[in-house]
Ligand binder design. Structure first.
Ligand SMILES: [Zn+2]
Length: 279
């Protein structure tokens, strides 16, 4: 091997190592507490465009016959109920100058993000992709998350999904779904750069699913926007979800060594206004 080839290999090795150590410091979820929050009342607002009637393909991604992790199934703790858009224009968010399109939304229990160590019963993630980037590229995803708390009544829009949650490795089609009735408000949010909270094969991110699980480092490609206004599901809706994922499907939180969380949430913040108005 000549010296140029060898130094090029070293350069690649150093780049890969840098990407891994970078990814290590940018994992999700995280805990929001006063030590990590950087207040900024003038954060640029997301422009949200949602359709009132769309068709969802709602899939239970846990598949006991799956062989994607070196011949074994993806562990159930990394699976969920995912509602995939069948229309790429069903949901858009614009954070100037970039437009992101809604790919799917899915659920976790308990919540993945915490506030001063406290979980809520569930959390929903609306996953948007930058149309101009390839899936595994840095900043290719923008995820709008919201905590879900227990409300007194069934959430009637989410009931279109939760009244017939698909069994493992199956899906249901849901018609006439109104995204604007369930999408969280994004006027006051917690924002930080982070990762997926489940492993994924997304070239050019090269680590295999097995390597990702063993290292506990998932693709760090997400701009996170977590709303401070929780959504609501009834106790029976939450229990129907929990029954499909015994033991939960939330990843543990990570420290924020090189990051701050920017927020325009007012000091009274999370947990106010408990009036069940969302259903
Ligand atoms: Zn998620």
């Amino acid at each position: 091997m000549n010296i140029i080839k060898r130094s090029r290999l070293w350069a690649v090795a150093i780049l890969v190592a840098a990407a891994v150590s970078q990814a290590q410091n940018f994992q999700s979820p995280v805990d929001f507490n006063p030590r990590v929050l950087l207040k900024d009342p003038k954060l640029p607002q997301l422009k949200v465009i949602l359709t009132n009637s769309t068709i969802l393909k709602v899939k239970n991604t846990w598949d006991p016959n799956d062989t994607s992790v070196d011949g074994t199934p993806m562990p159930r703790e990394y699976c969920s109920i995912k509602a995939y858009m069948t229309d790429t224009n069903a949901g858009l968010v614009i954070l100037e100058p970039t437009t992101y399109e809604l790919q799917e939304f899915h659920f976790h229990w308990p919540s993945e993000h915490t506030v001063s160590g406290q979980h809520t019963r569930m959390e929903v993630h609306f996953v948007f992709a930058d149309r101009s980037k390839v899936p595994g590229e840095a900043n290719s995803l923008l995820v709008v998350g919201a905590w879900i708390e227990e409300g007194k009544r069934d959430n009637s829009e989410f009931a279109k999904i939760f009244s017939m949650l698909p069994l493992p490795a199956t899906y249901q089609m849901v018609t006439n779904f109104n995204l604007s009735r369930v999408f969280p408000q994004t006027k006051s949010t917690f924002r930080y750069p982070g990762s997926l909270t489940a492993p994924a094969s997304l070239p050019p991110y090269t680590a295999s699913l097995k390597e990702q699980i063993d290292s506990d480092i998932f693709p760090a490609i997400v701009s996170w926007f977590v709303s401070d206004q929780p959504l609501k599901l009834s106790d029976s809706q939450i229990q129907a979800f929990e029954a499909l994922f015994p033991g939960g499907n939330a990843r543990h939180t990570f420290p924020l060594p090189a990051r701050t969380v920017r927020t325009d949430v007012k000091p009274h913040g999370h947990g106010q206004g408990d009036d069940d108005s969302q259903d």
